[in-house]
Design a protein around this ligand. Sequence first.
Ligand code: UN1
Length: 485
Amino acid sequence: MEYKNYINGVWVSSKTGKKFESLNPATEEVIGKFQKSDREDVRKAVLSAKNAFPAWRDIPAPKRAEYLWKIRDLLIKEKERLARLEVKEMGKVISEARGDVQEAIDVFEYMAGEGRRLFGNTTKSELPNKFAMTVRNPIGVVGLIAPWNFPIAIPAWKIAPALICGNTIVFKPSSDTPLCAIELIKIIEKAGIPRGVVNLITGSGEDVGDEIIRNKDIYAVSFTGSKATGEYVLKNAGIKKVGLELGGKNVIIVMDDANLDLAVSGVLFGAFGTTGQRCTATSRVIVHDKIKKRFETELLKRIKKLKIGNGISSDVGPLINKSALEKSIKYISIGKKEGAKLLCGGKPRRINGKGFFFEPTVFTNCRSGMKICQEEIFGPVLSILGVKSFDEAVKVANGVEYGLSSAIYTENMNYAFQAIEKLETGLTYINSSTIGSEVHLPFGGVKGTGNGTREAGILGIEEFSEIKTVYFDYSGKLQKAQGLK
Ligand code: UN1
C-alpha cells in the first residue's frame, strides 16, 4: 500500500517519484510505502499553510476549539485501532500504545479548553485615561518535526496547541512511523479542519526537515529528537522561534530508607517500559550502598519474569530499527571495556528469526564518568551506581549533560524536598518512576535537554503564540510616557 503527502486538503504524491518503506520492528514486514519528498513538496505545503492562515486565525478560538473537541472524540472512537497500529509500526506493547493514544486524546481535550482561555494580562498605565493589556496572537505557519517513540502523542502535543493558538501547520513525522502520523492526520481531516490548516510531508530530515528549518515563511519550529539534531535546528533556523525537546540521561535515586519493592517497580517500568525508548526512560539508578545488594537481587528477580516479544503479548517489545539495535549492542561492549559488571541481558534476540529485540540489560558497579553513564542509549540498558550519601547521590545525578527527568525513592521528606531543589532536571518525581508525565503539566528539560521551552500544559501555549502588547489611550490628547512634556 502506498501513502501520500497531505497538502491543502488533498492527498498527493511527491514529484520525486521516490518512496521509502516503514517496517514492523518485530517482524520486519513492510507496513507501507511513503513519499520520499523533497524541498519542493515542503514549499507547496508552506504555501498552502500560508494561504490558509488568515481565515484560520480569524475563527474565534472557542470555535477553533470545536474542531479539537471533534478530533478528541474521533480519537476515542479509534483508540484501539490506532493502538494496534502503533504496536505494528513502532513496536511498543499494547498497554503502552493505548496510553500513547490516550495522551493524544488528553492533549486535544486540554487544548480545546484553552480555546476559552488563551489569557493575556491587563495592567495599569502610568498615564490617566489609558489602558494597557497583552493579548495572545498566533505566530503564523509553524513547522513540527516529531519523533517515532510516541508516534501519536508527540505529534498531538504539538498540533493541538498550534491549532488552538490559530497557527497553520507543516508537519514532518519520523520516517520510522509515518503511518501512525497519516492516521492521525486522517482523523484531523475527518473532523473537518479547513483545507491547508494542517499539512503533512513525509521524507528525510536532510531534505524535508532541513527545508522546514530554513524556510522563510515558517516562523516557528518545534522539534523533538536527538541533541545533535536539536543543535543543528537551532543553528540553522535563523531567527525563528525554536522549541526543542532533546535527550535525557534520566536517573532514579534509591535511598536506604526507600520502600524497596516500590523502587524496584519504578526502576523496572522506567528502564524497560517502551524498551527504554523514551526521552524520560530511566537509564541510571543511584542506590545507597547499604541496600545495593538487596536492590539488585530484587531487580534481577523481576527482570527474569519479563517476556520479550511482539507488543500484543509481551512486556518488552522490539527496538525501533536495526541501527537502534546496533547502538545498544555497541554500548554493551563499551560498558564491558569500561569495567562495568554486566548483571543480566546484553544480547539481541530474534523471534522466529526476525525482529530488533534486545534483552533487558543491567550493568552495575558503574562509575559516573563511564560513557554508559553519560550518553543516551535509548534502549533497555540500565546502569547502577552505588553511593554513600544523599549529597553524593545528587552530585552523581547532576553529573551529566542532560536534564530531563529524575526521581527519588525515599520515606524522608527532607531528602524529597532537597531533591526537588537540587536535581538539575525539568521533571522530578517523588516515589514514582522517571516516566509518566500528564498533559496538563509542562514537559521539558534543562541543560542539554532543551532551550528553555516546554510542551503541554499552559506553557505549551507559549510555544505557539506571540504576545502583543496593547496601549489604548482614551484621553483624547497626546500623552507621553516617561514624564516627557
Ligand atoms: C518522550 O519520551 O519524549 O512522561 C515523551 C512520559 C510520557 C512522555 C514521554 N508521558 O514518559
